[in-house]
Design a protein around this ligand. Sequence first.
Ligand code: NAD
Length: 250
Amino acid sequence: MKIAGTRILVTGGGAGIGRYLAEQLLAESADVAVLELDAARCAELSAASGGRIRVQPCDVSDAAAVDAALQALADAGFEPDVLVNNAGIIHSEPLVNMLSRGERVHARESWQRVISTNLDSVFFVTGRVVDRMLARRCKGVVISISSIAANGNAGQSAYAAAKAGVNALTRTWAKELGAMGLRFVAIAPGFIDTPSTRAALSEATLARLQQQIPLRRLGELEHLYLALRHVIENDYLTGTVLEVDGGLVI
Ligand code: NAD
């Protein structure tokens, strides 16, 4: 599929990776829409793109909100050919915190919040978008931003489980819907140099990490865009998880 002229929906496109991908796609003449939870980020992105990115406020972990947002986009003439499931939150918490004087076990609330934002959202948005694609006989592409944490990452039970779920859904849907011409691919970044990465990790942790990465540096946003472009354009790619991690294995 060519990028120019294609209608591409990016979730969580108000900041970080999603915003970068949305702006690069727009620069390559895609028709881009974004679903974003944060109202201030919605307004900022809309203004920064001169209204050329269609920004729809939406909590993608809320199925009813997703229905309403997709309908609002459809009413404005936008039906996605490509979906990029990017919205997510990074969360670290040990299964048991032996140093805690209070509750020692991983909180159920944070487990549910991470699973809901990172996995339920992919299930809700993809189901609805694919339903619309099938009704239009559109041979669309669904790309979900996973993480190498899906391989199992100490201190990230909920996040690792959610991203492993995203990889499983990607392979499942590739098998279930390939005969209809639909493609499903996950992109699993390693450590990318974004504000959220720098907020989550100390300088010392980042320095140690860089020594473990075979290429000895964090990934750049551009590396993820190059992967996304490849997935959109290569019509024989489906059911796979593309790791963009500088060779880091966890
Ligand atoms: P970010 O926090 O910078 O941006 C995420 C955006 O998603 C924000 O604008 C946020 O408001 C939005 N969002 C959050 N919950 C939402 C919801 N329920 N509905 C709609 N929008 C919502 O994060 P990021 O670093 O850009 O990460 C983007 C994706 O990449 C996530 O899925 C994350 O797990 C994945 N990832 C990031 C890295 C990294 O190094 N930054 C590495 C691996 C995977």
